[in-house]
Design a protein around this ligand. Structure first.
Ligand SMILES: C[S@@+](CC[C@H](N)C(=O)[O-])C[C@H]1O[C@@H](n2cnc3c(N)ncnc32)[C@H](O)[C@@H]1O
Length: 265
């Protein structure tokens, strides 16, 4: 039996979360995976500092994705992982944040499982945990909220954002919205229509955990205008809920910007 015919005895694909940007937030396990990689298939949101940790001998394949601009279709990424694993390479599939939170890591794991390919999943710090911590916005806080919900603000190509607004409009829950910039007007107006008070505190955090982090603080009603005024770009996370006010007291990483609109001055 030659090398290629031997059944794999170790996981061949590591689906790894790289965290939200600050390279210091990479887990020890993720760093170990990078060290032993033969090939790293990475996404757009993985920081340069983390890519610099990939050994020189390892091949790097960019599978980057940006909303509405898919560089490598998901099917092609899946097939690439399968092909590389079948070549008995140690493959690291490196994703921003956590692979199982709006990261399609589970879709890739399903394909690997269907092909009988061993894999491991290494969790990463998701954007909500990273941005919340660095902006001084705890996602839960005793006495303020009883839970937190992670929601996507972006739908599949060509589809309308169709969320259960009634269930999301809960003043006792923190709402964290990933990929919410494109639909921010709709998100704000639908939540208010469903009963969430217009003056609910809200934040937009761009490039959280990096030295370029920008945080704007406002209310649910003014969030769309404030985002446009500040020209927030992806990757940005939206946090809506009473906990956002705590940023004024415990924000520590970079100065947050209190958004004031013209008609308020
Ligand atoms: C495709 S999702 C990937 C989420 C990722 N798997 C995670 O767990 O964080 C991309 C979205 O995550 C959010 N995001 C990721 N990194 C971020 C960062 N450093 N700052 C702000 N938002 C971020 C943004 O909403 C961005 O549009």
């Amino acid at each position: 039996m030659n090398e290629a015919q031997k059944p794999p005895t170790k996981p061949h694909v590591f689906i790894v979360g790289a965290g939200p940007g600050d390279p210091g937030l990479l887990t020890l396990k993720a760093a170990e995976c990078l060290k032993k990689a033969d090939v790293v298939v990475y996404d757009r949101l993985v920081s340069d500092e983390i890519l610099d940790m990939v050994p020189a001998h390892a091949e790097k394949i960019f599978a980057g994705k940006a909303a509405r601009d898919h560089f490598m279709p998901q099917e092609e990424i899946n097939q690439t992982l399968v092909d590389l694993a079948k070549q008995n390479k140690v493959v690291v599939r490196l994703k921003g944040g956590d692979p199982f939170i709006f990261g399609r890591g589970s879709e890739e794991a399903i394909v690997l499982a269907e092909h009988g390919i061993n894999f491991e999943v290494v969790p990463g710090i998701t954007a909500s945990a990273g941005c919340g911590a660095y902006a001084g916005i705890p996602l839960t806080h005793r006495g303020l909220v009883t839970g937190v919900r992670f929601v996507t603000g972006h739908c599949r190509e060509g589809q309308h954002l169709d969320l259960n607004w009634q269930s999301l409009a809960d003043p006792n829950t923190t709402l964290v919205i990933y990929m919410g910039l494109i639909n921010i007007e709709k998100i704000s107006s639908e939540l208010i229509k469903a009963g969430l008070p217009a003056d609910t505190p809200a934040a937009g955090i761009e490039r959280g955990t990096t030295p370029e982090q920008r945080t704007i603080l406002t209310t649910l009603e003014k969030l769309p205008q404030c985002i446009h005024r500040a020209e927030l770009k992806a990757p940005s996370l939206l946090i809506i809920g009473k906990v956002v006010d705590l940023a004024n007291t415990i924000g520590w990483h970079t100065q947050a910007h209190q958004c004031v609109l013209d008609d308020e001055t």
